[in-house]
Design a protein. Structure first.
Length: 227
């Protein structure tokens, strides 16, 4: 079963790279934007399904295109993309979580390095609160946050809940920015991708993450005082 799992994973990865290599760059996606719009108008449900699967695969394989897919999905589908992205990102994260919890545990343990030991004590105090904090703060690698809870024995339901809830604020901001791209691209203008780097975009995420971390700290100190 282990060999079969690795074979399937390698096959899927190869197919994605083979057939999707031309679509992994912003310029390629933008050049086909009008084509995407026509396809979506004629095959809306099918297009939404393809977008969902593409997002799941990108997260499952930790491909560095999730942010681009979020912006393009928002531009093409509008706010409908928000629940689809949350669901697909959670599904992709669950794939990695299940792999890291089972036959690929050793592989992901080596990839995580010594980070697991560093956060182990804080994590076990409140796994859900820890994962929510990591999801809210966008400066931590998404793939690393996906595997740490699995390696530390977090329950599947708690992981799925914290992941889905934690990525909503950041996803909503990205979708809000990406939704405005539709007007820009329809006019033939070039979008400013560095908008995501502006403080008015990432600062709310930092504040939310800091609030969650401060809440965990106060809660832990209160428990220590009680005991």
């Amino acid at each position: 079963m282990k060999r079969i799992g690795w074979f399937i994973g390698a096959a899927v990865f190869g197919l994605v790279i083979w057939f999707g290599s031309d679509f992994l760059h912003a310029e390629d996606l933008l050049s086909r934007y009008s084509e995407f719009k026509i396809v979506i108008e004629n095959h809306y449900a099918r297009s939404l399904s393809v977008f969902f699967l593409a997002y799941v695969v990108s997260v499952s394989l930790s491909l560095p295109i999730a942010s681009l897919l979020t912006l393009m999905g928002a531009a093409l589908f509008g706010w409908v993309a928000l629940p689809m992205i949350v669901l697909s990102a959670t599904t992709g994260a669950m794939v990695i979580f299940l792999l890291a919890s089972t036959f690929a545990r050793q592989f992901f343990s080596q990839r995580a390095g010594g980070v697991v030991e560093t956060v182990q004590e804080t994590f076990h105090r409140s796994p859900i609160r820890w994962l929510l904090t990591m999801r809210l703060i966008p400066f931590f690698p998404f793939w690393l946050v996906n595997i740490i809870p699995a390696l530390l024995g977090m329950k599947v339901r708690a992981y799925a809940f914290a992941t889905a809830v934690g990525i909503i604020p950041g996803t909503a901001i990205y979708v809000g920015v990406g939704k405005g791209l539709d007007t820009v691209l329809e006019q033939g203008l070039r979008p400013q991708w560095n908008l995501i780097e502006h403080p008015e975009v990432w600062l709310p995420l930092v504040l939310l993450g800091a609030f969650s971390a401060a809440s965990a700290l106060i809660s832990n100190r209160f428990k220590e005082e009680v005991h």
